[in-house]
Ligand binder design. Sequence first.
Ligand code: 7TS
Length: 430
Amino acid sequence: MRTGFVSSDLASGDARVPDHTGLSKEAINRDFPILSRKINGKRLVYLDSAATTQKPQCVIDRIESYYASQNANVHRGLHTLAEEATSAFEATRDKIASFIGGVRREEIIYTRNATEAINLVAQSWGRKHIRENDRIVITRMEHHANLVPWLVLAEETGAELEYIPVDSQGRLILDNISNIIDSRTKIVALTQMSNVLGTINPVDEIIEVAHRRNAMVLIDGAQSVPHLPVDVKALDVDFMAFSAHKMLGPTGIGILYGRESLLDRMEPLIYGGEMISEVRYDSADWAELPWKFEAGTPNIAGAIGFAPALDYLNSTGMDKIREHEIELTEHALDRLAGLKFIRIYGPTSSEQRGGIISFVDSEIHPHDLAQFLDASGIAVRAGHHCAQPLMGLLGVNSTARASFYIYNTKDDIDELVSALRDARRYFIND
Ligand code: 7TS
């Protein structure tokens, strides 16, 4: 067994849980094997966690142990393996329900990712409740995942798609919010944290206004749930979507939280096995929540591997993770401000933003910059970040983006800053 892990009980489906509570360098190196990899002969500095996060050893081990010793399909077998797989698969659902504020397990739907969770709401809830001349409100900073499904729904139904504007610092402009969220508004869908600007939106305020108008609210939590303590009950939100892979978990598993009373009245989106209670040659009845929305064999390894990721986040503490990221963001904003050739987007105050920093160099294209940084072992993303309309609003085609997580350190940021200086010397003899 690796040092730092308490004993595991694989038969009961419990994962190996790291016994540290800090973010020491030793813990990071021990728990995230990929971070000891060299890229182009240099230490890997991973600054692309907004795209996907790295996985701790306990997650990797759990996926391996599931396939090595418990592999079976869920909900249908009476043999030992099937029972173990089902119990571990459903145990993750309970962990997720408690992670986001102690909701009911019936309210947690497994999807492939946040994108699918949002599509489920747009297509199942949306097609039933949205009519011509109704209003759907989103913001001008949405990821395509929370824009395109509403664009399509508006086109299909004849509803109006209205946008909450964004100011020059990348914050929502809420002055006119009572007119934007009007009596025709049926749903407001917005991100809690922008994947480009890092902005943390005051979703509680918006939920209150929406509910006064009897409109539903969907929060895109893809960037917030991994980085902030999020309590869907305290927020009183109707739907929330997020992805395991952005919070130390495996790819291919996402979550839709939905209020039980709403999910109960929604039609399934995908039909087939697993989601029925009884099928006849001329009709069928649907299964209870949450399985009504989970047709076909699910991502069993993904769900089971997500449990130790949640344990890891819980044992570290979401408050502590937020504090750590504020510290990193302040350090990065301070150091980057010293580079006169770098322009940063998003709020200047670290309290209003998460650990995502988009920037451009005045002379070097973001793609060239990202390639140059890669040669130094530094992974950043460059592009439109699946937010093309927002890029237009910022007046750029693309940006470079550094994003932080639990395993990043101030050294990582210092290496980025130093490599950005080197890039100037390399490209323009600055
Ligand atoms: N919403 C936001 C705010 C996101 O940042 C992303 C992914 C999604 C939804 C979609 O998540 P998925 O798991 O369904 O793909 N964001 C990014 C990114 O910024 N770079 O790569 C993926």
